[in-house]
Design a protein around this ligand. Structure first.
Ligand SMILES: [Zn+2]
Length: 374
C-alpha cells in the first residue's frame, strides 16, 4: 500500500463508509422514518451528514429486527437486545444477546456478541488485505444498541450492563471516543441518543497507585461528601479502609498465576470486611469485592447494607502493561448495585498523590440516571 493509499484510508476512517449492499436503507423506508426529523441527542459534538445519520439509523433498525426475531425464535429469556458494531476500519457486524441457560454461565449481551462478530470479520478482512506495512488494529468506533421493543414503545435509551461496561473499560479494543447509539423518546418523538464511552465510564483512564502513605490527602466529590454525612463516615474511617486494603494487598500471595494483586475492604452494617483476589487457575480467579460481600451477607443476610468500597491493587497483569486490566471490578459492582449497595455507596481509590472518594453513582453515571432495578 502506498503512502497516498494510507492517507486516503485514514481519511476514510473519519467518516462512515459502508459497502454497496448496505446502502439501500430499506429499513428506514420500511419503518417510514424521515431522517431529517430524527434529532440527535448528545453531549458530544456530532457533525453527521444526512448519509452518515442514515447509516446509523439503518444499522440500529437492523439490530432492532435481529433482537425481535431472537425473542420470537431463539432467546430463552425472552429479552431481546442486539447491536451493530462498527470498527475504525468501517467494518460492521451484527450480534444479538445469547442465552444457553437462564444463569450467568452462558449469557452474552448483544453488544459483546456484535463485538466478537466484528472482531472476526476484521480478522478475515485483514487476512484478505494483509500487507506488511499495516498492523492489525481492531478498535470499536460505534456500538448501535437496539431492543426488541416496538419503536413507538421506546422511552429511555438502553445503557450497557455492567458486564459489557467491564469490557468497554479495557483499553485495547475501545477508547474514550467510542460512541454508543440507541433510540430514545424525547418530547414524544423518536430520537437518536449518542453517548461517548467517557460519559459512561469517566474513571476509565484514571489509574490508581500501589504506593500508600497515611499522609496522602483525601479528596471527596460533592456526592461523596453528602453520602459520608448521611452515613456518618469520617476521614478517619476512609483512612482505615485504605490502610486495611493496603495491608491485605501486601500480604496476598495467592496471585502468582495472574500477577495482578488486588485487595478490597468494605464498610457494611458498621463493620469492615476485607479480602484478596485469589487466582484459581491461569484464567479463573475470585474477585475480592465479592469475597467481602459474601462475608457481609453471611452475617447480615437481607439486611446487608454497604456504605463504602475501597479497592487497592495492581492496574495491570504482568506482561500486559500496555493495556490495563483495571483494579475496580465493574462486573462485581453490577452484582451488588441496587441490592446491597446504592448509588450513594462510596468508592475509595488510592491515586498517586491523593485518595479519591467518589460514589457508585459517579463511577457509573449513566446507570445512576437509568436507576435500573435488579
Ligand atoms: Zn451487557
Amino acid at each position: 500500500m502506498t503512502l497516498l493509499n494510507l492517507i486516503e484510508n485514514k481519511n476514510m476512517n473519519n467518516s462512515i463508509k459502508t459497502n454497496s449492499t448496505n446502502c439501500s436503507f430499506s429499513l428506514i423506508k420500511k419503518y417510514g422514518i424521515d431522517v431529517t426529523l430524527i434529532e440527535i441527542i448528545s453531549k458530544i459534538d456530532i457533525q453527521f451528514s444526512f448519509y452518515e445519520k442514515s447509516v446509523i439509523l439503518e444499522k440500529l433498525l437492523e439490530a432492532h429486527e435481529l433482537a425481535k426475531i431472537n425473542v420470537d425464535v431463539g432467546n430463552i429469556t425472552k429479552r431481546g437486545f442486539a447491536s451493530n458494531v462498527c470498527t475504525y476500519d468501517n467494518i460492521w457486524a451484527l450480534g444479538t444477546n445469547f442465552n444457553n441457560t437462564r444463569n450467568e454461565i452462558s449469557s452474552v449481551c448483544g453488544e459483546r456478541s456484535a463485538i466478537l462478530a466484528a472482531y472476526n470479520a476484521s480478522l478475515l478482512n485483514y487476512l484478505k488485505n494483509n500487507s506488511d506495512s499495516i498492523n492489525f488494529n481492531f478498535k470499536v468506533k460505534y456500538i448501535c444498541m437496539a431492543q426488541a421493543l416496538d419503536l413507538f414503545k421506546i422511552d429511555k435509551s438502553i445503557i450497557p450492563c455492567e458486564d459489557c461496561l467491564a469490557w468497554f473499560n479495557t483499553s485495547k479494543y475501545f477508547d474514550d471516543d467510542t460512541i454508543i447509539f440507541s433510540f430514545e423518546k424525547h418530547r414524544g418523538n423518536l430520537c437518536l441518543r449518542a453517548i461517548s464511552l467517557s460519559e459512561l465510564l469517566p474513571f476509565r483512564n484514571k489509574k490508581t497507585s500501589v504506593e500508600y502513605l497515611e499522609s496522602k490527602k483525601i479528596i471527596c466529590s460533592d456526592f461523596a461528601l453528602n453520602s459520608m454525612r448521611m452515613n456518618f463516615i469520617d476521614e478517619e474511617k476512609i483512612y482505615e479502609l485504605v490502610s486495611i486494603a493496603y495491608g491485605k494487598y501486601k500480604e496476598n500471595d495467592m496471585t502468582e498465576l495472574s500477577n495482578q494483586n488486588i485487595a478490597c475492604s468494605i464498610f457494611a452494617n458498621g463493620n469492615i470486611y476485607t479480602s484478596n483476589k485469589i487466582d484459581w487457575t491461569k484464567r479463573w480467579y475470585s474477585e475480592p469485592l465479592i469475597h467481602c460481600f459474601y462475608d457481609a451477607v453471611v452475617e447480615n443476610a437481607e439486611n446487608t447494607r454497604v456504605d463504602a468500597i475501597c479497592y487497592f491493587g495492581d492496574e495491570y497483569t504482568k506482561n500486559n502493561d500496555e493495556f490495563n486490566d483495571g483494579v475496580v471490578s465493574i462486573k462485581s459492582i453490577g452484582r451488588i448495585r441496587q441490592k446491597f449497595a446504592t448509588n450513594d455507596t462510596l468508592i475509595i481509590l488510592n491515586f498517586k498523590d491523593y485518595i479519591q472518594v467518589t460514589t457508585i453513582g459517579e463511577y457509573l453515571p449513566m446507570k445512576f440516571i437509568q436507576g435500573y432495578k435488579i
